[in-house]
Design a protein. Structure first.
Length: 354
């Protein structure tokens, strides 16, 4: 497994990653899992695992259903999310399997298939998904208006309902998580991780790190190689994955989630918050102000962490309870269990973290 991994794009410039593992880059004894369908065939590419901030992931679709496939409301899963404390970070543990991600520059689309933008992109006519699948997505890169067609490179997830649950948990528990971050950081200081110096004036020790940086909050993610992901050509996002509508396919979907707003709101309120009209003089009537948004990002986010030791597979009764995605390959759709829950080999990680 490669030790060096860097991406261009993202938040401007070169995107740096941290690496976690046992130093040798070897995989654990557990056999790697395939794309939501059991043991991986030998010809399939190797999967990568990351610790990523849920607030820095984008939605790959415009809309999510308000229930998982088993009929459970997505809000129920939020109540089952827990926080595992480690010496270097806080890890969100959730009742569903780890989410799958890909780093990509998504094509900007209108959610309506017959919109003017999509008709132009498709050569002047509407095409269904089957016809669109036959188009080589690489042809987009040859167009002159590349920057207009594609958004910024970032991490996207295919498990959009799960990402909604994780983001909403972070926003709703922001104050509690900040307290835990500070408490854990102070505990690290008391265990001898703070620095001291002798003041020339009075000779008393002075703490140089009285305000320790908060511990980052991560979730475990599995990176899916682009070349095996058929759904990557079906990305539909109005806003580069920042927001997602909530509702069924036949509904109007007036509710929208964007963690920067701080709550589920209607589309018009979301537009006023994200793109306010300066001439109207209207103040953003939302939970999160721009200052709070930047503060949450600063306190919750850390560098992307690449795991050189593969997580262990674990079996539980709740393993597939909230698994709301069919899978990547048609032969696995609706047939048996999908992605297993994974557990981090934390003792190995702590030795070489950061």
């Amino acid at each position: 497994m490669r030790q060096d991994h860097q991406h261009h794009g993202g938040h401007g410039g070169r995107h740096q990653h941290q690496h976690v593992g046992n130093g040798g880059g070897s995989s654990s004894s557990t056999a790697p899992m395939g794309a939501r369908g059991g043991p991986r065939p030998e010809e399939d590419p190797e999967y990568r695992f990351w610790l990523l901030s849920p607030l820095q992931l984008g939605f790959s679709q415009v809309r999510i259903a308000p229930q998982f496939q088993d009929g459970r409301d997505i809000e129920m899963a939020i109540a089952d999310i827990r926080v595992r404390e480690t010496s270097k970070y806080l890890l969100l543990e959730h009742p569903f399997p780890c989410i799958d991600v890909v780093r990509w520059r998504a094509k900007r689309r209108d959610p309506k298939p017959n919109s003017a933008r999509n008709e132009k992109d498709n050569g002047g006519g509407e095409q269904d998904d089957d016809e669109e699948d036959k188009i080589e997505f690489q042809s987009v890169w040859k167009r002159q208006d590349l920057e207009d067609k594609l958004g910024k490179e970032r991490w996207f997830t295919f498990d959009n309902r799960r990402l909604y649950c994780l983001q909403k948990y972070c926003v709703e528990k922001a104050a509690e998580l900040r307290r835990r971050q500070r408490s854990d950081a102070r505990l690290m200081q008391q265990q001898g991780k703070s620095s001291t110096r002798v003041s020339p004036n009075n000779g008393r020790n002075k703490d140089l790190s009285s305000s320790p940086p908060p511990l980052p909050i991560y979730i475990l993610c599995r990176e899916i190689p682009r070349k095996i992901v058929k759904e990557i050509r079906k990305f539909r996002t109005e806003n580069n994955g920042d927001a997602v509508r909530i509702g069924h396919h036949h509904d109007e979907c007036r509710s929208i989630w964007d963690w920067r707003v701080g709550k589920v709101c209607d589309v018009e309120q979301w537009k006023r918050h994200i793109c306010p009209d300066p001439s109207s003089g209207a103040h953003r009537s939302t939970i999160l102000t721009p200052e709070l948004i930047s503060g949450i990002l600063r306190q919750f986010s850390g560098p992307d962490v690449f795991l050189t030791v593969q997580p262990r597979r674990i079996e539980t009764d709740l393993e597939y309870e909230y698994d709301g995605y069919h899978g990547y390959h048609d032969q696995h759709r609706g047939k048996g269990p999908q992605t297993p829950k994974l557990s981090l080999p934390l003792p190995e990680h702590h030795t070489n973290f950061f």
